[in-house]
Design a protein around this ligand. Structure first.
Ligand SMILES: [Zn+2]
Length: 326
């Protein structure tokens, strides 16, 4: 993930032309209220351990052996939690790398249920650390504890909760590959672009989607991002309102920020699923946290409290939605 405010105007034009062609989806499907279900308790400790485990493999740059080893572990974890898993392979070219073996991991819970919600994150880590203060370290791959590891850590914990607390809702957890290895305007979000053009099931759709990107840092702040507002404003406002009710409004702040090209752009435009981005991007100096694309993006900047708060909000969204209360 990188700052791409410079392409805001370009994106806006692309979005407007896209909207002219496509019928607007209803912002919410009226659902019958069912009895309130118990919302399971999200564990910040377990989400943290999920990040440590990913880092134990090493960096997760597409095409490398450590990337492949981590993929196999992720697939096994989802299967252990009862998901039907699809590995969607594709080739990615980025920076100095050509045709790297890459895989979107799609974990389906209750695949027969027609009411579905999409939860997603990217699972790759970055080949370079172009923002590192140490010049000699800038060509080395980063650990990506926050940028990559945190979203995956939270979603794996949600998979565990779904396994232990059955939910009357279809949930698809999609881990996009090759999100974070672009440069300037090119080659970002390769996994979500591939998935959007080659959906894992014919006519696949979901009522709405939530993308988690950099959701684990101690000082995280999640602002209201432009693309999320443009495509899925109703959902964003309901998530932020729920976060306020759950006393997580120190993270989910009401500051509006310009467009960021992240995987949700392609889910919105290619799959036509209204999708918001929960992303740590509200810092004064260049919007992302100081650890972004540096070697400080390691386990030391991760907070179990941040993970617990964001994870508990997303868990509440899906369990409330399953009984018509979101
Ligand atoms: Zn990034």
């Amino acid at each position: 993930m990188t700052i791409r405010y410079v392409i805001f105007l370009f994106l806006s034009l692309a979005i407007f032309s896209c909207q002219e062609d496509k019928p607007k989806r209803p912002e919410s499907v009226v659902k019958t209220k069912k009895p309130q279900v118990k919302i399971p308790t999200f564990s910040g400790d377990k989400a943290f351990a999920n990040i440590e485990k990913q880092l134990d493999f090493g960096t997760r740059v597409p095409g490398t052996p450590t990337h492949k080893a981590c993929k196999n572990w992720l697939v096994d974890e989802f299967k252990n939690y009862g998901a039907e898993v699809i590995e969607q392979d594709f080739k990615a070219s980025f920076l100095s790398v050509k045709d790297a073996e890459s895989t979107n991991i799609i974990a389906q819970f209750n695949p027969e249920n027609k009411e579905r919600v999409l939860l997603c994150a990217h699972w790759d880590s970055r080949l370079i650390a172009e923002k590192d203060p140490e010049e000699s370290m800038r060509d080395k791959p980063i650990m990506g504890a926050d940028d990559g590891g945190s979203g995956v850590g939270v979603l794996l914990e949600i998979a565990r909760l779904i396994h232990e607390n059955p939910i009357d809702l279809g949930i698809d957890i999609v881990l996009f590959d090759a999100e974070d290895n672009g440069l300037d305007r090119q080659n970002w979000c390769l996994g979500s672009k591939h998935w959007g053009k080659n959906l894992h099931k014919k006519n696949y759709t979901a009522e709405f989607g939530i993308l988690l990107d950099m959701v684990g840092a101690k000082d995280a702040k999640f602002p209201m991002e432009e693309i999320s507002m443009r495509y899925a404003q109703g959902y964003l406002k309901r998530v932020w309102k729920l976060a306020e009710k759950m006393k997580a409004d120190d993270l989910f702040i009401k500051k509006k920020i310009p467009a960021i090209e992240d995987d949700h752009l392609h889910v919105n435009q290619l799959a036509n699923i209204p999708t918001i981005d929960i992303i740590n991007a509200a810092h004064e100096d260049g919007t992302f946290g100081a650890h972004h694309h540096t070697h400080d993006d390691n386990i030391d900047i991760i907070s179990k409290t941040t993970l617990r708060k964001v994870g508990q909000v997303v868990t509440a969204v899906i369990y409330n939605h399953s009984c018509g209360r979101f």
